[in-house]
Design a protein around this ligand. Structure first.
Ligand SMILES: [Zn+2]
Length: 359
């Protein structure tokens, strides 16, 4: 394959293929794309599964992790989507209580309800729950997209909650971001719980795209299977050895003006116990990136800033190797870095030409 350093718009057309959604579309020779998305959530993202005390070290490390990541992203011109929990915009508990959505989720399981936690916890330490200053730093860094991870880390498949409650949550996320001058276009659903019945609520709120999951049973976010031992073990091994495939994707066809930018891989953080296998984990990611670059597909990597809250040096060393591999693929194949909204815009403009018959 010859290097392709042209822009996406000046691509050449070849024979027809089938898109991810199964619809035939003209195959366009595009450069590969490296997409990174980060789920920025602090304690709101783990409150139902971890004690604050037990996770404190990771959360304390978030500001340094973000500073180090932004430096690397800037150095390598990496375009990154920061899917941010809306509550992080608040200054403190009082401020959060004044910014509740009109409707709150009626989860059957109280333990997953962040508003119950908010009401019952009198002294919320701001550094573990709020991060307006950090969001500002991210937003001021070139090519970084502020996106949403919903307002309250909302679970779209959790028993008890309703579509109206989801809409109220997302409306509040959009409003909070807007007050800071941020226009939300991309969403990452907490726990990757995607509810297709809620999709028609997204575009009216300005959302153009979401991060879908890998097409494989082990990455199905269904709450009944996602946490089984078998699934966890499979995912662990799959981080090191290619069991489930590369999960790189051709430019997706929008479905009703909404683009599904599927995940390719979760960047599993450094583990002292498994450090001897890090080279396999890196090789697994690099091979998938190379596959994407060679085939004009997207490789979508994601993690949480708090995953780098401990072992920052080792995690950054790993990420640096990934970034350097991207630069090699950029030189060799013209691979690009795009954040989610940028890639979605490309899919939507390509989709305009091929999707009109659906409306
Ligand atoms: Zn999350």
């Amino acid at each position: 394959m010859t290097p392709n350093t042209t822009s996406a718009t000046s691509s050449t057309t070849s024979s027809a293929t089938r898109s991810d959604s199964g619809h035939p579309r003209p195959a366009i020779r595009r450069p590969g794309t490296f997409v990174i998305s980060l789920d920025f959530e602090l304690y709101w993202g783990v409150l139902e599964s971890k004690s604050l005390q037990g996770y404190q070290q990771n959360l304390e490390g978030v500001p340094d992790a973000i500073t180090a990541m932004l430096r690397l992203f800037k150095q390598h011109s990496l375009h990154v989507t920061w899917a941010t929990v809306g509550l992080l915009y608040c200054q403190n508990r009082q401020d959060a209580l004044q910014h509740l959505p009109n409707l709150q989720p009626s989860y059957t399981n109280d333990a997953v309800d962040p508003y119950r936690y908010l009401e019952q916890t009198q002294s919320l330490r701001p550094q573990f729950h709020f991060a307006k200053a950090l969001i500002d730093v991210v937003a001021a860094t070139p090519h970084q997209e502020i996106a949403t991870h919903t307002f309250s880390h909302y679970f779209c498949q959790e028993p008890g909650q309703t579509k109206a409650e989801f809409i109220a949550d997302l409306t509040q996320a959009v409003a909070m971001a807007e007050q800071q001058g941020h226009v939300l276009q991309s969403i990452v659903f907490p726990r990757n719980q995607i509810n297709p019945e809620y999709h028609d609520a997204l575009t009216p709120l300005g959302i153009t795209n979401y991060r879908g999951v890998e097409d494989h049973w082990a990455y199905d976010p269904d709450p009944t299977t996602a946490k089984t031992r078998k699934t966890r073990l499979f995912r662990l091994i799959d981080s090191y050895i290619n069991l489930s495939g590369f999960h790189t994707h051709a430019l997706p066809t929008p479905e009703h003006q909404l683009v599904n930018l599927k995940s390719s891989r979760f960047l599993r953080p450094y583990s002292p116990k498994l450090r001897g296998l890090d080279w396999l984990k890196l090789r697994r990611i690099k091979r998938a990136m190379t596959h994407a670059a060679q085939h004009g597909e997207a490789f979508h990597l994601w993690w949480h800033p708090h995953n780098f809250g401990t072992h920052l040096q080792q995690n950054m060393q790993f990420l640096r190797s990934v970034a350097e591999h991207f630069r090699t693929l950029q030189d060799e194949y013209g691979m690009r870095s795009q954040n989610m909204s940028e890639l979605a815009a490309e899919a939507l403009s390509a989709g305009d030409a091929t999707d009109l018959d659906k409306w």
